[in-house]
Design a binder for this molecule. Structure first.
Ligand code: AGP
Length: 611
């Protein structure tokens, strides 16, 4: 997630800004920059960590009591010095930082290119800044007025902060959809994406609302709406401590990221799923769609949770596209002497985009002529760079070691890819296609309903927190979710948990069942429902404890199970992305109840960049 810091007042701006950017490092980023105003604007920016920026500015002119700073999480344009923020306007008299996505930046960019503008970066931010300056010069109006006009044309989310060489006593800021906090000091103001860079200077803050513009001087804060009407700033007292603010008030990053999922799924769908038109557009794979459509086989390569996403994709792609799919552990694939045919397509799934086993497995497949589609969360990561085509999951930085929001974003992207290929291959009816688009569109709301039930899930978790072992069972699309639920529990609570296809019980694991063994069934209403009911009866007959993820309103299993975790009804092909959420919370609450560091579980790393 991008981070924003700005300052205007009696202090030197640079020390305030650089310290503030460090406070925001927890948000995840891939480049950083600062612009300072003292007669003219001095701008420094660098790919990599804030420490790289500090090295870059050593010995440079850092004077100025007005400044803006930014840590960038790449969305448009890969991590690089030129794509880092701040950006200069065409005249060089303005500089701007931005957090968010300008969805209609492409047509705006075309308009400006036709007028002779040339851009230095690939970012949507630079386009917006040029657009603002173009309006100001065309209408001969103030920068504030030009900003108001420009923002009425913008589609998307933004927090922007502008400095103007001709008005060194002013900062301009605006907000829609991304957070902006203004700290009120004595003869000074602090701006940031959240209160962490501000709290050491002042606890008096104003949270800027959507569609508001802030005109900020050292001793004056004016808020206006886009209709140029003054708004009364609502000054609040900060009562959170630093650590709590970083987690947005949640106890852990893992919990924050679980609760972000309605928003991150929406971000994943945004700009790709157009319900009105009934189409999916994925620019990153459009050029390879022909190859994918004609693939003789699809090999999915991944590790851990990403491998589970691959298993769900296997069911979805074979069901919809009628192309044979094989899912491979990257660590096994890379050491075997695998057979990869020229017409094969490889889907490499990775949250970090840096997993060593997956990277090497991709190289092995490329050596044999396969086309690589990367489904990755970190923009510009190694796997995204070695792939021929790609679809980012746009889940934002995932800080918790246990993957949650990235997993549901992976499932969402993979389902859209499968629908695109099935449409091309005409292996799906139009009615079924439209039905699944609508189902996908409803996922954020359905996940929110599961999250609203978190207190109940916590109660269930506390009942079983002392279990020594656990089984997770599912059939069909829900089988990979059983595996994922087991992995979550293992890595967060250190309870030994195994996932199995429910029908496999009778081939051995049922010997484990007794009254001390909780068995979690992913048992939503689908084509395997009756079979799952029988499997639950087998467990109950042996005094096993049954926790069942069930479809809301389910009567039969709810009577049989010891505890139920209801989820909203969904098509069985879409259900996994929803059914996984109660299992994330179950693992989280059990791990917390056992007193473990659920964000940094023992022995684990967020990205396994070693073999
Ligand atoms: C998931 O909760 C684990 N942290 C781990 O299995 C992870 O999914 C695996 O290491 C793969 O990581 P990647 O998605 O970044 O490639």
């Amino acid at each position: 997630m991008c981070g924003i810091v700005a300052y205007i007042g009696h202090r030197q701006a640079y020390p305030v800004i650089i310290k503030g950017l460090k406070r925001l490092e927890y948000r995840g980023y891939d480049s950083a920059g600062v612009a300072l105003l003292n007669h003219n604007i001095k701008l420094y920016k660098k790919k990599g960590k804030v420490a790289n920026l500090e090295e870059t500015v050593l010995g440079q002119d850092l004077e100025g009591s007005v400044g803006i700073g930014h840590t960038r999480w790449a969305t448009h344009g890969e991590p690089s010095d030129r794509n880092a923020h701040p950006h200069f306007s065409a005249t060089g008299k303005l500089a701007m930082i931005h957090n968010g996505i300008i969805e209609n930046y492409a047509p705006l960019k075309q308009e400006l290119i036709k007028k002779g503008y040339r851009f230095k970066s690939e970012t949507d931010t630079e386009v917006l800044l040029y657009f603002i300056e173009e309006i100001q010069s065309n209408n001969d109006c103030t920068l504030e007025e030009a900003l108001r006009i420009a923002l009425k044309r913008v589609v998307g989310a933004y927090v922007i902060v502008l400095i103007d060489q001709d008005h060194p006593d002013m900062l301009l800021a605006a907000r829609k959809g991304s957070p902006l906090v203004i700290g009120i000091g004595k003869g000074e103001h602090f701006l940031a994406s959240d209160a962490t860079p501000i709290i050491e200077y002042t606890r008096e803050v104003v949270y800027v609302n959507d569609y508001e513009i802030a005109i900020i001087k050292p001793d004056e804060l004016v808020l206006k709406n886009l209709g140029n009407e003054r708004q009364t700033p609502f000054i609040q007292k900060l009562d959170l401590e630093l650590a709590a603010i970083e987690k947005n008030g949640y106890a852990h990053f893992m919990l924050k990221e679980i609760f972000e999922q309605p928003h991150t799924i929406y971000d994943c769908l945004r700009g790709r799923l157009d319900i009105g038109q009934g189409v999916i557009t994925m620019s990153g794979i459009q050029n390879n769609l022909e190859q994918m459509k004609n693939a003789s086989r699809i090999l999915i390569i991944a590790c851990g949770t990403s491998w589970h996403a691959g298993l769900v994709a296997e069911y979805v792609i074979e069901d919809l596209c009628r192309i044979p799919v094989e899912v491979e552990y990257a660590s096994e694939f890379r050491y075997r002497n695998p057979i990869v045919h020229k017409g094969d397509m490889i889907i490499a799934i990775s949250q970090s985009g840096e997993t060593a086993d997956t990277l090497v497995a991709i190289e092995r497949a490329k050596e044999q002529g396969a086309v690589i589609l990367g489904v990755v969360n970190v923009v510009g990561s190694s796997i995204s760079r070695v792939s021929h085509a790609g679809a980012y999951t746009h889940a934002g930085p995932e800080i918790g070691v246990a993957s949650t929001k990235a997993f549901t974003a992976q499932l969402t992207v993979l389902t859209m890819v499968a629908l695109l290929i099935a449409k091309e291959r005409k292996t799906i009816s139009n009615d079924r296609y439209i039905q699944l688009l609508n189902e996908l569109n409803e996922v954020p709301e359905k996940i929110k309903r599961v999250l609203d039930n978190a207190a109940h899930i916590k109660e269930v978790a506390l009942k079983y927190k002392d279990a020594l072992n656990a089984l997770f069972l599912g059939r069909g699309y829900n089988f990979p979710i059983a595996l994922e639920g087991a992995l979550k529990l293992k890595e967060i609570s250190y309870i030994h948990a195994e996932g199995y296809p429910a029908a496999e019980m009778k081939h051995g694991p049922i010997a484990l069942v007794d009254e001390s063994l909780p068995v979690v069934f992913v048992a939503t209403k689908d084509s395997f429902y009756e079979k799952i009911v029988s499997n639950i009866q087998e467990i109950k007959a042996r005094k096993g404890k049954v926790i069942a993820v069930v479809t809301e309103g389910d009567q039969v299993i709810s009577e049989m199970a010891d505890d139920v975790l209801p989820v909203p009804e969904a098509d069985e092909l879409i259900a996994p992305v929803i059914s996984t959420v109660p299992l994330q919370l179950l693992a989280y609450y059990m791990g917390v109840a056992k007193g473990y560091d659920v964000d940094k579980p023992r022995n684990l790393a967020k990205s396994v960049t070693v073999e």
